[in-house]
Design a protein around this ligand. Structure first.
Ligand SMILES: [Zn+2]
Length: 310
């Protein structure tokens, strides 16, 4: 009987009180190379334990200034990141590069707007951020709790149009930013730190999990992965998952998007529904991926629908 009471208390406790406690993301930066760091996000879907911190955030320290890659999911997350960066260096954060508009990469922007930071983002992605940001912020608040998004706002900001590729100098540290249009998103930015030969590629590459495709042009995306593969780099930082050192590690992203694309195209031609495909169970090859099931069930109907209306 006692054990039942304990179990009951556990059930009640965890249902009544959200697991969220102090907005603490437990962020620990990993050193990629000298003065290049990355906070690796939880390789999970957004939930009320990770507070949306599922994507990677990088920072690069030059002799004069610092560049941050991706804003993370919220004001509080960005505040934590900035605090940690300050413990590494007194230099100013001069640039924030947002690789694309998805919430997990961009919703921390509001924190950087309180500082004198230039925000670099593809025009098409800024447009989407401003157009759909509030709707998706509301969805996230409902999904995992308001408390994770205190002070998070979607505001327009002073924005300098850029001509890509963009070259920056952080002080004896040259950075190159390239625009890859209509790939994983309408405008994915890739950031190269030349000294360490580190490439931050945002969600053009996922490591250790199924890639998501809601705004993707899969044909272009596949070509971009080939292009990235042919570039010279020592370290590649994906949008999600661990640091990549080996070109073979780009294949899981390419294989997944090729497979889901082919399945969706065939279904739209032959009039097979997503449900009929789901009834056959999860295809063997994709079972290997983390979040395979969730991603497959969410993305396949979107893609079939898209091809039916194309
Ligand atoms: Zn992402």
């Amino acid at each position: 009987m006692k054990i039942f009471n304990i179990i009951l208390i556990f059930i009640l406790y965890f249902n009544v009180y959200p697991s969220f406690s102090s907005n603490d993301f437990n962020l620990v930066p990993i050193k990629v190379s000298n003065n290049v760091f990355v906070f690796v996000g939880a390789n999970e879907d957004i939930n009320n334990k990770n507070g949306g911190a599922i994507s990677n955030t990088g920072f690069i320290i030059g002799d004069d200034s610092i560049l941050v890659i991706d804003a993370g999911p919220s004001y509080i997350y960005a505040s934590n990141v900035i605090e940690i960066i300050k413990s590494f260096s007194d230099l100013p954060i001069k640039y924030l590069v947002v690789t694309h508009h998805h919430a997990d990469h961009s919703f921390g922007i509001s924190r950087y707007l309180e500082m004198d930071v230039e925000i670099i983002m593809a025009p098409a992605e800024l447009k989407r951020y401003l157009k759909y940001g509030n709707r998706s912020l509301k969805q996230l608040r409902d999904l995992i709790g308001e408390e994770w998004f205190l002070d998070t706002k979607i505001n327009s900001f002073q924005y300098k149009e850029k001509k890509y590729p963009v070259s920056l100098n952080l002080g004896n540290r040259n950075i190159l930013i390239e625009l890859y249009e209509k790939g994983h998103s309408d405008g994915d930015l890739i950031i190269k730190d030349k000294i360490s030969s580190t490439l931050f590629v945002g969600d053009l590459v996922f490591s250790g999990r199924a890639p998501t495709i809601p705004h993707a042009n899969i044909n272009n995306w596949k070509n971009y992965i080939d292009l990235i593969s042919k570039k010279n780099w020592n370290y590649l930082i994906p949008g999600h998952g661990n640091i990549i050192k080996n070109k073979d590690e780009l294949l899981p992203t390419k294989n997944w998007i090729t497979f889901i694309d082919k399945t969706a195209k065939e279904a739209s031609i032959s009039g097979i529904s997503a449900l009929e495909i789901f009834n056959e169970g999860l295809p063997d090859f994709i079972k290997e991926y983390k979040l395979a099931k969730e991603t497959w069930y969410r993305d396949l109907p979107i893609l079939i629908n898209k091809y039916e209306f194309d």
